[in-house]
Design a protein around this ligand. Structure first.
Ligand code: SAM
Length: 262
């Protein structure tokens, strides 16, 4: 316990029991759930999650933390530790290989790769029941932002096209050892049901959203000039004079379909 936290692994260990309790209550793990924790660290969330779910799979990149975690969990339940970079873990294959339809994923995420982890999880959303993550508050604000707000951008659109985003509560720096330089927040992500998902090609949505927000101050006809001309933008029922930040996620889907049909 109390190893020196490693900056390079984004290690900020939760030590305030009140926030640990709030996170575990928000997750409400049950014995029949297949819970996966990203970055268990020293086990602040792992042990209470394990106590409720009885079994848990934890993905940890830092080898040095694994023996301590294993020892602390020995009497708490069935802990399976995967020593890996979470970005290389195939959640869909994990669900299949354990014969479960959907995983419940949780974690106090390493902030240096929070966006890549979110995008990775979204790719496997069909195999995920829900996600509860601790992130920088600023990232949670961007994830949940609505069109027209300053923080609305690529992350908001890409996540909202795949999940319902529910910010839950904020967590101050003092709740961690060492305290991070930023405020944190816990967010719940609920993958949309198959019938709620859009039917555009993901790579087309990605290209259109990336280009549109790449130059967010420009009008869409300028920002999307390499992909779609003004007539094509109009065919998607979008005003070419509008800016990306005013468009709803569904508008990007229509633009992506026109782009796919070109
Ligand atoms: N869950 C613990 C807690 O709340 O005290 C630790 C949270 S700490 C913010 C992030 C954890 O993610 C660390 O244990 C770190 O070693 C681990 N980590 C960092 N990069 C990772 C990666 N690419 N894949 C898996 N785990 C990673």
């Amino acid at each position: 316990m109390n190893a020196r936290p490693k900056k390079s692994f984004g290690q900020h260990f939760l030590h305030d029991g009140r926030y640990i309790d709030r996170i575990v209550s928000a997750i409400r793990p049950r014995a029949e759930d297949f819970v996966v924790e990203i970055g268990p660290g020293e086990g602040a969330l792992t042990l209470p999650l394990l106590a409720a779910a009885r079994r848990l799979t934890a993905i940890e990149l830092d080898t040095d933390l694994i023996p301590g975690l294993q020892a602390r969990a020995a009497s708490a339940g069935e802990l399976h530790i995967v020593h890996a970079d979470v970005l290389k873990v195939d959640f869909t294959a994990m669900a299949h290989s354990h014969g479960v339809s959907r995983l419940r994923i949780a974690g106090n995420l390493p902030y240096y790769i929070s966006s890549p982890i979110l995008f990775h999880c979204v790719e496997h959303a069909a195999a995920i029941q829900d996600m509860h993550f601790m992130l920088q508050k600023e990232v949670v604000d961007r994830m949940a932002a609505e069109p027209g707000s300053k923080t609305y951008g690529r992350l908001s659109v890409m996540l909202q096209l795949a999940c319902r985003v529910e910010p839950l509560f904020e967590v101050p720096p003092e709740a961690f050892r060492p305290p991070p330089k930023v405020d944190s927040a816990v967010v719940r992500l609920l993958p949309l049901a198959p019938e709620e998902l859009h039917d555009a090609r993901p790579e087309h949505v990605y290209s259109v959203v990336k280009a549109a927000f790449g130059q967010r101050r420009k009008t869409l006809s300028n920002a999307l000039a390499q992909l779609l001309d003004a007539d094509a933008i109009r065919r998607a029922d979008v005003d070419p004079r509008a800016r990306a930040e005013t468009l709803a996620p569904a508008d990007f889907v229509r633009l992506a379909k026109v782009y796919g049909d070109r």
